[in-house]
Ligand binder design. Structure first.
Ligand code: ASP
Ligand code: MG
Length: 411
């Protein structure tokens, strides 16, 4: 049995006309000889509307009930689309998460998929051409409805493809694919034909919001090649896949940025064992994610500790630090919200040196001061002043050759 999994996002299913476009695509793929498993999102705006409504009824809505509420968005999409498909003569039925079942843990509003009954879906595909699955939802071992976190329908799609060992997994959205950088910021941004899972993880965690991060982790773990493409054009989109030697030839694949940054400096803390633990322990306990960290070389038994967090966590972090002050002996705590991160990403960096120094030189030429630097195997990130964000992104994008054909690394 040849199985194709497609997922359609909220803008693709918003209203009858768009659902007709989706149906056209599904029928064409079915005509190629595939059994179709199609995961749908709620119509765009619907999940937000339901979440806002919940807040009218309760200041602190029960997470389990929130999941029962928001899953109605996907439930409506699959029922309406299945009606349309049946009217067009397809043997189709809808499936909610608990009907398959897609079993998750009980972490309401951000559950993780534990198991999918693939045998049951395959048995159904003997009788149906098309199974229309509600994205974003599952059921826990107590039979309670769960959801997979915002954007979770992507993960439903990829998880179905992995469980069913599907030949093709396509994620349909309203953009042509994954771009070398944000096209709103840089007019020369180019759509990528291919990108590796690791690069995609770095890009999506930094604001290229095409795929839910978890869906990429899933795809990587089960080695599912995912094609991201637009419902509204015939562009073949971007293939998200594992690395091959050809991809390593591409030195830099994309420039990512993140404006949601805030820099905190704790000045003149005691330079002794346990200080970092004393600072970052309570911050982590408050559920706050710390990103870049720098500890300066100590002088006279004192040192500075600088780190970045999301802007939304500033107040909580400052009050935690205030309380710690006597213990760590900090003289001053400063913060700056007018900063942002710019990153250069590419698997080619694993085997080629010099990308970091090129990045620093390019920023220097534009007179952009680097406030902090962090690196991973495939990413170099600089924290800079926010007012230089656009200039930095455009400069790096064009200088690393991303506006033209793919950059080939020099030997
Ligand atoms: N409807 C959900 C959301 O808006 C899930 C999804 O569309 O992927 O987050
Ligand atoms: Mg989405």
């Amino acid at each position: 049995m040849r199985i194709m999994v497609q997922k359609y996002g909220g803008t693709s299913v918003k209203g009858l006309e768009r659902m007709r476009l989706v149906l056209d695509r599904v029928r064409k793929s079915h005509a190629l000889g595939y059994k179709m498993v199609v995961a749908l999102s709620a119509m765009s705006g619907e999940t937000n509307r339901l979440l806002a409504q919940a807040r009218e009824f309760s200041h602190n809505p029960d997470p389990a009930e929130l999941d029962v509420l928001v899953t109605t968005g996907e439930q409506a999409s699959v029922a309406l689309f299945t009606m349309l498909a049946k009217e067009a003569g397809l043997r189709a039925r809808s499936l909610l998460g608990h009907q398959i079942p897609i079993t998750t843990n009980s972490n309401f509003t951000r559950a993780r998929i534990m198991e999918i009954d693939a045998a049951r879906i395959k048995a159904m595909l003997e009788d149906y051409d098309l199974l229309v699955v509600a994205g974003f939802q599952g059921v826990d071992c107590h039979g309670r409805v769960t959801t997979l976190g915002r954007g979770g329908s992507d993960t439903t799609g990829v998880a179905l493809a992995a469980a069913l060992d599907a030949e093709v997994c396509e994620i349909y959205t309203d953009v042509n694919g994954v771009y070398t950088t944000d096209p709103n910021l840089c007019r020369t941004a180019r759509k990528l034909d291919r990108i590796t899972y690791d690069e995609m993880l770095e890009l999506s965690s930094q604001g290229a919001k095409v795929l839910q991060i978890r869906s990429v982790e899933f795809a990587k773990k089960f080695n599912v090649p995912v094609r991201v493409r637009s419902t509204f054009s015939d562009d073949p989109g971007t293939l998200v896949t594992s690395e091959d030697t050809e991809m390593e030839d591409v030195l830099v694949s994309g420039i990512a940025y993140d404006k949601d940054q805030c820099r905190i400096t704790v000045r003149n803390v005691m330079d002794r064992p346990g200080v970092a633990a004393a600072i970052f322990g309570p911050i982590a306990e408050a559920g706050i994610i710390v990103d870049m960290i720098i500890q300066n070389t100590g002088r006279d038994g004192r040192t500075d500790m600088t780190f970045t967090i999301s802007r939304a966590n500033l107040d909580t972090t400052m009050s935690i630090l205030d309380k710690l002050r006597p213990d760590i002996g900090a003289e001053e705590i400063q913060h700056d919200v007018h900063v942002c991160k710019v990153s250069v990403i590419g698997v080619g960096m694993r085997s080629h040196s010099g990308v970091a120094s090129t990045m620093f030189t390019l920023l220097k030429k534009e007179n952009i001061n680097i406030l902090m630097i962090s690196t991973s195997e495939i990413k170099i990130t600089c924290l800079i002043e926010e007012k230089y964000l656009e200039l930095a992104v455009r400069t790096l994008h064009d200088a690393f050759g991303l506006s033209e054909a793919p950059t080939k690394a020099c030997a």
